[in-house]
Design a protein around this ligand. Structure first.
Ligand code: AMP
Ligand code: GLY
Length: 424
């Protein structure tokens, strides 16, 4: 079969890498892809949905998928399905759980899915008035997609007022901040949950966790993710059962009930609180960098799982995961997430051959003559390794990183370490 992956991040490289191992997959196209995906298939030089649809009209593929929230929000699934080509992922209507947080919060309230208590505002004066009478910290979220930057945890009234001003008056995220959600701050341990879904049934992945802040100790600004681990050793099978029963199945059932059946990856961000699992956000796609860890431990042929989902056959399908652990560390350019320099040569990427336990998923890199150089996207690549336990996966990943060098490179040195402490 021929597959088209839409996207350019490390997660799309990881999906291409896994699909490339399938005997069923004869050709992989990636639009637009990156330097890593070019080694596994054919990169197509476009990213707009109209161009993808035009290309699909004259080229035959058997399946299309993406990790891009904005493509799902723009209705990529609907456009591809109009051409009678199977799409792994939700329609625009089902993906609304991710592209509108107010929709997601009202949906969760309706379905009694545990989530932080909240209020929704479209008027900045009323939002300010409300915040004045709340206790702090409090969480303020833009309704729409905001590159993962639309959430502010305000320590006091001044911070809350400034977030409301940025989102609603100065509109730094455009229409995404026209409506905002103000919700209670939750204490607990955060994990990422992924589930393959076929509209009716689901299969949960092991729990993972991503590290969103730039610096060690969860300090510094938010980023697109500086690393991930899977599975999370302190998460028990009882916790996973509870998450399936209270969060994932009610989401699937609720969406089907309102005429928006969900196919693809349901990815709730979950806080494990003293009163059980609570949803922080609902996503409708593979997470990044979580997927860079997940593809290392998925044993089943990914093409088979994707087909089982689009053919509504998940109930009769069993998915196998390796019993190993994996750790992925993202390497970013100097100054990321602010403006960074492109074109800097990266040394040592070719050190790891096909049989190595270490795999590099690329994101912001480009081939320049014989060199791989830093290109668009400040996070250049993710380095991941396997281990029989999380500690050995972490040690191997950081050992591999010693062999890679470029001017100004930055990465966190503590990916996975808090999970080790929590699991003691
Ligand atoms: P979101 O954009 O909803 O994924 O939120 C981004 C990050 O903010 C999450 O990964 C959490 O670390 C944090 N967060 C979001 N909502 C809450 C909440 N209600 N309480 C505590 N932390 C939160
Ligand atoms: N790792 C978080 C996300 O993909 O949104």
């Amino acid at each position: 079969m021929k597959v088209l992956i839409v996207g350019y991040k490390g997660s799309e490289h990881a999906l291409a890498w896994k699909l490339h191992q399938s005997a069923k997959v004869s050709k992989i196209y990636i639009a637009p892809g990156n330097a890593g995906t070019a080694t596994l298939g054919e990169n197509l030089p476009f990213r707009r949905i109209v161009d993808i649809v035009d290309w699909l009209k004259i080229n035959s593929v058997d399946l299309v998928l993406t990790c891009s929230a904005s493509c799902l929000a723009e209705g990529l699934a609907n456009e591809v399905e109009k051409l009678k080509i199977p799409f792994f992922g939700p329609t625009k209507a089902a993906a609304q759980i991710e592209w509108s947080k107010s929709f997601a919060k009202n949906f969760m309230r309706e379905e009694a899915i545990p989530t932080a208590p909240f209020e929704i505002f479209s008027d900045i004066g009323r939002a300010n008035e409300y915040v004045k009478n709340q206790s702090f910290p409090i969480v303020i979220k833009a309704d729409g997609l905001a590159f993962g930057l639309g959430t502010v945890i305000a320590k006091d009234f001044a911070e809350a007022e400034s977030a409301l001003d940025k989102f609603m008056a100065r509109k730094i995220f455009g229409d995404a901040g026209k409506i905002i959600i103000i919700e209670k701050f939750l204490e607990g341990r955060e994990i990422s949950i992924h589930a393959f879904c076929d509209g009716d049934n689901c299969e949960l992945f092991p729990a993972s966790r991503d590290y969103k802040r730039l610096l060690d100790g969860d300090k510094g600004p938010n980023t697109g993710g500086m690393g991930s681990i899977a599975p999370v050793p302190w998460v028990t099978s009882d916790m996973m059962d509870e998450i399936k029963e209270k969060i994932v199945m009610p989401t699937l059932n609720g969406l089907r009930k309102i005429g928006r059946p969900f196919t693809g990856i349901l990815f709730p961000g979950v806080m494990i609180t003293s009163r059980g699992p609570v949803v922080l956000e609902l996503n409708a796609r593979f997470g990044n960098p979580e997927t860079q860890s997940y593809m290392r431990i998925l044993k089943t042929d990914l093409a088979d799982v994707l087909l089982a989902c689009v053919n509504k056959d998940l109930k009769n399908f069993s998915i196998e995961w390796s019993n190993k652990f994996t750790c992925c560390v993202m390497v970013a350019a100097e100054n990321y997430p602010r403006k960074y320099k492109k074109g800097i040569k990266i040394n040592g990427l070719a050190t790891f051959g096909d049989n190595s336990d270490v795999v590099i998923f690329q994101a912001g890199t480009k081939i320049n003559g014989n060199d791989t150089v830093v290109d668009k996207m400040g996070r250049a690549f993710g380095v991941s390794a396997f281990g029989n336990d999380l500690n050995s996966a972490i040690i191997k990943t950081y050992k591999a990183l010693e062999k890679i060098k470029f001017d100004g490179m930055q990465f966190r040195t503590d990916i996975g370490k808090e999970a080790l402490i929590l699991s003691r």
